[in-house]
Design a protein around this ligand. Sequence first.
Ligand SMILES: *Cc1c(COP(=O)(O)O)cnc(C)c1O
Length: 400
Amino acid sequence: MKTNFKNVQADKDGFFGAYGGSYVPEALRAELDRVYNAYLRLKKDPAFRAELRSLQHTYQGRPTPLYFCKKLTEQTGGAEIYLKREDLNHTGAHKINHCLGEALLARYLGKDTIIGETGAGQHGLALATAAALIGLKCRIFMGETDVKKQFINVRKMQLLGAEVVCVREGGKTLKEAVDAAFAEYLGTFEHALYCIGSVVGPHPYPTIVRDFQAVVGREAHAQFRRLKKGLPDAVVACVGGGSNAIGIFTGFLSDPSVRLYGVEPMGRGAAIGDNAASITFGKPAVLHGFKSLVLEDEKGEPAEAYSVASGLDYPSVGPEHAYLKDIGRVNYVTVTDEEALDAFRRLSVTEGIIPALESSHAVAYALKLAKELGRGASIVVNLSGRGDKDVDFVLDNYSL
Ligand SMILES: *Cc1c(COP(=O)(O)O)cnc(C)c1O
């Protein structure tokens, strides 16, 4: 295990400190080793790097801008607030960063199908998009409850040529969708690749997804330096599984003066089932093939996770985050539904940017932090996605 804060690398068994690893059947572990070895070769291949860079530039919309919120800063009366505009990616969020990479990896491995799980539909949509672009078949597992709630996303995935498989087990949401996707993968890995939606799952997923998301931090670091000739005092990102956060943090880990904040959803409050703050309240346990901090109910089973932002309601978190918490490099904090909704409105009316409810958690914390750090300081917020998907829900359930 090497930690120089330049890059945190998992050990050979895929552990970040006490967390990570690979708790899957032997046959699958052997396949995941093959996937990882292929990935390590591909990562260095100049033709692959050129293709990914070109697609990021011409298809996806990278580099995404770093934007200074002048009005919001003046209104808040403290540190300068900057947004890394991942909401401007094609498909409206950061998830396309790793989906494009995973789809290219599948093609390199000679697979004809990619499999994915989705909760609210954001990862499913990004993966179906990448599959259409690269020319792969795509099967998306989605809980029945989510299929009903997010029917427009089901239609979009179908329009993109993906097959949406409705999962009717258990709570019929994200957790069961992941179980179903793994079960499918176990029987189909000879011709399929499972493309997970965040920096979670067994080794090597947390590493591969992190590497593909690291472009966010690399760009933000360079953009900030160009703009301000220095470094920001703080970087803030919301944490569900943790992919957008690790993506931007990776660019700043080796700068000890930059404080890093991961914002977890406190939902309706601290009671079990009312939030999805896995780092704040979780205990070490194995879920979905990896060890990390997991929210548990009274019986010690994985708890139902809740947040107003459906992209954040996962009962565990990427193992690298659990490790970064342990070593004290990242501060993990919480924001309630109510605070996130306030930030959703504030950013919309003040800057003309409607943020995703997930990203609104990061904005909400940045507003508090800006006052605390005061004038002269600066904060970069990873605006992981746009809020068009959330407008109907917010208007139906909350007042403006
Ligand atoms: C899915 C999603 C998230 C949460 O996922 P992470 O892996 O924690 O980044 C955050 N923001 C948006 C817009 C999302 O779609």
